[in-house]
Write a protein that binds this ligand. Structure first.
Ligand SMILES: CC(C)(COP(=O)(O)OP(=O)(O)OC[C@H]1O[C@@H](n2cnc3c(N)ncnc32)[C@H](O)[C@@H]1OP(=O)(O)O)[C@@H](O)C(=O)NCCC(=O)NCCS
Length: 162
């Protein structure tokens, strides 16, 4: 994805290297001990077959610049062959419940389809009701579990054939 996509007052665009420190900082606020470090974000960005998209709130005067505005969320997707993967997705606590997660996932799945993915996989903590709710609205279906993958929780393995 190279062009910014505007939805209401939120702009979704590619993440650039200069956004990574801010994203990693917010990632640690969302995911705590399991957050990706900025070094890990750099390494993932360098991998072929990955895309990082971010959502930023945009005032009228900021719409022409895709790195302006407050960070509201981000998603990292990968595609290998005909298989896509949602590597991570999050919205900042202040931005939740406004459709930004849905917009990011729509863009990420759209990118994966363009890359040739026939199926998109993800894994999610069995107790993560907000993420499960988001994925189910897209039609992701559970196909397996990894017992105790997270501390005290199974990972639910889901897939979507977009
Ligand atoms: C999961 C997450 C990305 C959702 O982002 P969001 O911007 O709040 O989601 P949206 O506002 O786009 O909501 C889209 C849909 O998700 C579902 N959803 C969102 N929050 C929910 C909640 N608290 N409970 C149940 N379903 C929820 C709903 O189906 C919602 O559709 P609706 O608004 O029509 O009811 C966000 O809660 C988050 O960042 N959580 C912490 C990080 C995380 O768990 N990431 C996923 C790791 S697998």
């Amino acid at each position: 994805m190279s062009d910014a996509t505007e939805q209401d007052d939120v702009v979704i665009s590619d993440v650039h290297w200069w956004d990574l420190a801010e994203i990693a900082d917010n990632d640690s606020r969302v995911f705590g001990a399991t957050a990706w470090t900025v070094h890990y974000y750099w390494a993932v960005m360098a991998q072929p077959g990955t895309v990082m998209l971010m959502a930023r709130t945009a005032s009228a005067g900021q719409r022409s610049s895709d790195s302006a505005g407050e960070l509201a969320g981000w998603i990292v997707m990968s595609v290998g062959g005909s298989e896509g993967d949602v590597m991570t997705i999050a919205t900042t606590a202040a931005a939740r419940g406004h459709g930004i997660g849905r917009s990011l996932l729509t863009s990420g799945i759209g990118w994966a389809r363009q890359q040739g993915a026939h199926v998109v996989h993800l894994e999610v903590d069995e107790h993560n009701e907000s993420a499960l709710g988001l994925y189910r609205t897209f039609g992701f279906a559970e196909w397996g579990r990894r017992p105790d993958y997270y501390p005290g929780a199974d990972a639910i393995l889901m897939q979507l054939r977009p």
